[in-house]
Design a binder for this molecule. Sequence first.
Ligand code: NAD
Ligand code: IPM
Ligand code: MN
Length: 347
Amino acid sequence: MVDGGVRIAVIPGDGIGPEVIAEAAKILDVVGGCERHHLPWSADHYVATGETIPAGGYDLLRSFDAILIGALGDPRVPDNRHARDILLGTRFELDLYVNYRPVRLLSDRLCPLKGRGRADVNFVVFRENTEGVYVGVGGRFKPDTEDEVAIQEEVNTYKGVHRIIRYAFEFAHAHGLRRVCMSDKSNAMQQGHAIWQRVFKSVSREYPDIDASHVYIDALAMFLVQNPGQFQVIVTNNLFGDIITDIGGALQGGLGMAASGNIHPGRTSMFEPVHGSAPPLAGKNVANPIGAILSAALMLETLGRRDDAARIEAAVEAAVHAGEVTRDIGGTLGTADAGDAIRRRLR
Ligand code: NAD
Ligand code: IPM
Ligand code: MN
């Protein structure tokens, strides 16, 4: 429906997904120039029909300019099958190898770290998004017995590691950032992560103006709490990137604040809040819509509409500064009113 301009597939998903995506959709309608097409793929749809993603679903997604997705995950689907097909499947099938997760604190008041503020929390994470332990290679032998063997392989390819590291340096270069930090666990994972070491060293030589550093992932978790201001660009693998961007969410005031893009430059890309479906919050009108709204802004920015993205970000910041926000970040508003407080500030 509505408006012409770019064509966006919208997948509200499960739990609080539909509630936060409704607010992001209203923002897109005010900004204009987005034709939204809602897709019902979700746990509800799976439970009712047995279908996770329909035949031709990935091709359908490729026919849009971008995808905006809420969250997937529902206690009725304990093996998370539908999320694997819809969310991870789209990352893999559309080859969205860059998981771009900016970590930017909007107000000192929201910082969980004593004595820290906006100057200390402003970095981006590039999470490799198409391989690692997420590929699903492995299996269970003699399942559900005392002899059970469970194998889940981690896949690291030269192509995969090289393109995400290259992307991180190119991003730093394009944005005038001087520091890129790669994080792995090459002290314990001598095979899989040696390739990260080798590629990072060789790519970093091509960027003599950028300070390239390495920290092991356990130390990174510690530094993110102790002194996040030292980071500008972090690049890491799929699983570690997943984990540290929840720390990133906390540094921004809570998971409800964090936005992300699953990007293949020049192709249909997918944007989503970092948080999940938060079943305990669903249907209570308490979910923070900011992560979803900022993800919509990231989407417009990636589609070349920088001014519209900046307008949305400014409106979010203004609402945060006015305290017209949901309870998780110290306000009193419900999800829809918090979305409205942002909409009213769009200039
Ligand atoms: P979660 O992100 O859903 O929620 C963890 C906690 O963070 C919540 O209980 C809540 O306290 C807080 N929170 C998250 N989003 C919030 C918001 N918008 N506003 C206010 N508070 C918010 O993580 P979980 O509980 O580990 O996972 C729940 C389900 O979501 C699982 O099925 C999981 O697999 C799935 N999940 C999906 C995605 C995704 O689709 N991208 C991401 C993460 C988790
Ligand atoms: C995320 C989520 C997903 C992931 C889950 C739902 C599979 O946690 O997008 O951060 O691990 O990638
Ligand atoms: Mn996650």
